[in-house]
Design a protein around this ligand. Structure first.
Ligand code: THU
Length: 152
């Protein structure tokens, strides 16, 4: 029997590094643009590239439900559309119903993890910050989220 183990840091918001705090702040800001009239669950995401640029996204729902898109893919597709030779270094995610984000971290859904897996540079594992107001889980590499991602 083979085993896969996943390592992660469990941090308090106060103990984050300034760049991690900044990226989460950008995700919180992006969350204010969420369009979630159906689920009322608002998600914000921020993606940092190796050249320092940050792309943000929020969930965008639609009356024809499957036509909507998660915050992570809004941000990831925007970043990947304008890579200019850079690569994705970090991604931060926040979510919650109502005005405040959840106390516990929220994690990317499988479809978003699959997209991140494909966009991750083979040489540089992405830092993944899943943030709640009480604690932040920091994972390294998209395979931490999706060890058996699809690949042809
Ligand atoms: N959602 C995200 O934006 N990211 C995820 O990883 C999972 C879920 C959105 C989709 C939908 O608009 C709302 O959260 C409730 O599922």
């Amino acid at each position: 029997m083979a085993t896969i183990s996943i390592s992660y840091d469990c941090l308090t918001p106060e103990s984050l590094s300034p760049p991690d705090s900044e990226l989460i702040a950008r995700a919180l800001e992006a969350r204010t643009n969420a369009y979630a009239p159906y689920s009322h669950f608002r998600v914000g995401c921020a993606v940092r590239l190796s050249d320092g640029r940050i792309f943000c996204g929020s969930n965008q729902e639609n009356n024809a439900y499957p036509s909507g898109l998660c915050a992570e893919r809004v941000a990831l597709f925007a970043a990947h559309n304008d890579l200019r030779g850079a690569w994705i270094t970090d991604i931060a995610l926040v979510g919650g119903a109502g005005t405040d984000i959840d106390e516990e971290p929220v994690f990317p859904c499988g479809a978003c993890a699959q997209v991140l897996l494909e966009f991750e540079s083979p040489e540089h594992a992405v830092n993944i910050l899943c943030a709640g107001s009480n604690r932040v889980l920091k994972l390294t590499g998209a395979t931490s989220l999706l060890p058996f991602g699809f690949g042809k």
